[in-house]
Design a protein around this ligand. Structure first.
Ligand code: NDP
Length: 444
């Protein structure tokens, strides 16, 4: 297999899908050598079977807004690969959603889910519906309309969706309610459910906490303590909030958070009380991060991302391609020595090159943010057993899984000079498991 040829071929067959090409390119570049050590892979054209999704559903979603106007959006589900378990991956509601973005996310999810050690394949879904400014009733009607189409393609042993950008506990609740009505079963299709109807404790916290647990593992390899370290975080949604919560509890100083309009810089650090304000602002009132700056009298920078602020550690937790080559060079010049990604593919290829060249601790999202889907996997197990585990139990399992993912990265990513290339480590570890499972199950 020649990575460049495979990529060129995919670009020709699926043009105008830059995010999908970017995600595939990053993985192919790191697995080429190990793939070519296995002639049986090439003989069965494993690489194309792994890069191209098993199937994609696309559908129109029609709903009525509060003014009585009939609205249409597009809905999608990309079922990428189920070699190691049922399709599993979140649903994203954001105006930018298109097939390129969902194909990149489903592809990444396949490797991430493989790393978790749990039996889950990879998928992703969503809609170009923007929840911004919508009433609660509009959100509910949209979720119900979306599931009216989606429900026939999902199920507890086939495909289990969850949340992502624009989809949190409220949206999962509405989707699950409609799903149950149509499917007439109550076995837990969807994770991230409310605690009263089959949700797992620690699921809301899992991606953010898991990212910090992964960061702690990386810091441990260098004997660095997290206490008093200055951290820049982007985003102010689910992942960012619980990343900040865990960092505060460990004595780190978080100086930034952001949303799609801009970022706040708080030189004294965001403390517990200020974070409670952000959680209320974002989760209840659906407000803007700018309001934090007004309330606490700190700097607000509109239309910018926080990577120009001096920090020891950066944790991008908003969206893809939110940290470019220039941002990476600025972070490095300011002394940043660790980057751990809460978001999926937040760093551009140029930024990743800069981090690897500088040999800092750099954890790609598919390793560092795998805690969310891991606890989703644990939610599936609890649902199947009709049991619920305590917070402590789930949190301990999450810690163990993140430590295991870190160990896999060390195993496959440690270079001869001792530097750990976590990108390579995560990609090779994730790939080998899926590849072996695909080979064992024949040409499909
Ligand atoms: P939320 O919708 O809860 O929050 C997203 C945050 O990112 C918001 O602050 C939002 O700002 C900001 N944001 C979204 N799009 C953009 C954009 N185009 N430019 C700048 N800022 C933007 O989503 P999550 O916290 O769940 O997801 C954040 C990231 O983490 C995503 O990349 C997601 O794929 C990834 N992830 C999430 C997991 C989960 O369990 N939820 C699991 C693993 C990864 P605004 O409010 O202005 O839109």
């Amino acid at each position: 297999m020649k990575a460049k040829e495979v990529l060129d071929n995919l670009k020709r067959r699926f043009p105008n899908e830059p995010e999908y090409h970017q995600a595939v390119s990053e993985v192919l570049g790191t697995i080429e050598d190990v793939y070519n050590e296995h002639p049986e892979f090439e003989k069965s054209n494993l690489i194309e079977r792994l890069c191209i999704p098993d199937r994609i559903f696309s559908f129109r979603v029609t709903w009525v807004d509060d003014k009585g106007q009939v609205q249409t959006n597009m809905g999608y589900r990309v079922q990428h690969n189920n070699a190691i378990g049922p399709y599993k991956g979140g649903v994203r509601f954001h105006a930018s959603v298109n097939l390129s973005i969902l194909k990149f996310l489903a592809f990444e999810q396949t490797f991430k889910n493989s790393l978790t050690t749990l039996p889950m394949g990879g998928a992703k879904g969503g809609s170009d519906f923007s929840p911004r400014g919508k009433s609660n009733a509009e959100i509910m009607r949209f979720c119900q309309a979306f599931v009216t189409e989606l429900w026939r393609h999902i199920g507890p042993d086939t495909d289990v969706p969850a949340g992502d950008i624009g989809v949190g506990g409220r949206e999962v609740g509405y989707m699950y309610g409609m799903y149950k009505k149509l499917a007439r079963e109550n076995t837990g299709t969807f994770t991230g459910k409310g605690i009263e109807f089959g949700g797992s404790l620690i699921r809301p916290e899992a991606t953010g906490y898991g990212n910090v647990y992964f960061l702690l593992q990386m810091l441990k390899t260098k004997g660095i303590d997290i206490k008093d370290k200055v951290v820049t975080v982007s985003g102010a949604g689910n992942v960012a909030q619980y990343t900040v919560e865990k960092l505060i509890s460990l004595g780190a100083k978080v100086v930034t958070m952001s949303d799609s309009d801009g970022y706040i810089y708080d030189p004294d650090g965001i403390d517990r009380e200020k974070l409670d304000y952000i959680m209320e602002l974002k989760n209840l009132y659906r407000g803007r991060i700018r309001e934090y700056a007004e309330k606490y009298g700190v700097k607000y920078v509109p239309g910018a991302r926080p990577w120009g602020e001096k920090c020891d550690i950066a944790m991008p937790s908003a969206t893809q391609n939110e940290l470019n080559g220039d941002d990476a060079r600025t972070l490095l010049a300011n002394g940043c020595f660790a980057v751990s990604e809460g978001a999926n593919m937040p760093s551009t290829p140029e930024a990743i090159d800069e981090f690897l060249k500088a040999k800092i601790l750099y954890a790609p999202g598919k390793a560092a943010n795998a805690g969310g889907v891991s606890v989703s996997g644990l939610e599936m197990t609890q649902n199947a057993q009709k049991l619920s585990w305590s917070s402590e139990e789930v949190d301990q399992k999450l810690k163990d899984i993140m430590a295991n993912i870190h160990a896999q990265c060390l195993k496959y990513g440690t270079q001869s000079d001792g530097y750990v290339n976590y990108v390579k480590g995560a990609n090779v570890a994730g790939f080998m498991k899926v590849a072996k499972a695909m080979m064992a199950q024949g040409i499909l």
